[in-house]
Design a binder for this molecule. Structure first.
Ligand code: SF4
Ligand code: SF4
Length: 91
């Protein structure tokens, strides 16, 4: 059982986003982070396959790069506190 992001491998699952491909344009669901429930564990940052979870400094609330987030929901699935909900995009 992991307790902090430091227990995980030292790098995120990917090293760069698909900068030339704004995958956010075809997203069906978007992740929304609940600040009050967030533990700042950064598992979401670790597991995002597109480096679309951004953390400016340790202790900060993560934010989402909605230009590149494809809405896969991995961050919500890995979040240990249920702080990320996937909300349907308004068409
Ligand atoms: S949103 Fe969830 S996974 Fe991401 S830092 Fe907060 S508690 Fe951890
Ligand atoms: S929904 Fe997928 S692509 Fe978007 S931030 Fe979460 S893990 Fe990354």
């Amino acid at each position: 059982m992991y307790t902090t992001y430091r227990d995980l491998p030292s790098t995120p699952v990917t090293s760069q986003t698909t900068e030339d491909m704004p995958t956010g344009t075809w997203r069906t669901f978007r992740p929304i982070i609940d600040e009050d429930r967030c533990l700042r564990c950064y598992f979401c940052w670790k597991f995002c396959p597109d480096l679309s979870v951004l953390v400016a400094r340790e202790g900060d609330l993560p934010t989402i790069d909605y230009e590149h987030c494809k809405g896969c929901g991995i961050c919500a699935n890995e979040c240990p506190s249920g702080a990320i909900r996937m909300e349907r995009e308004v068409q």
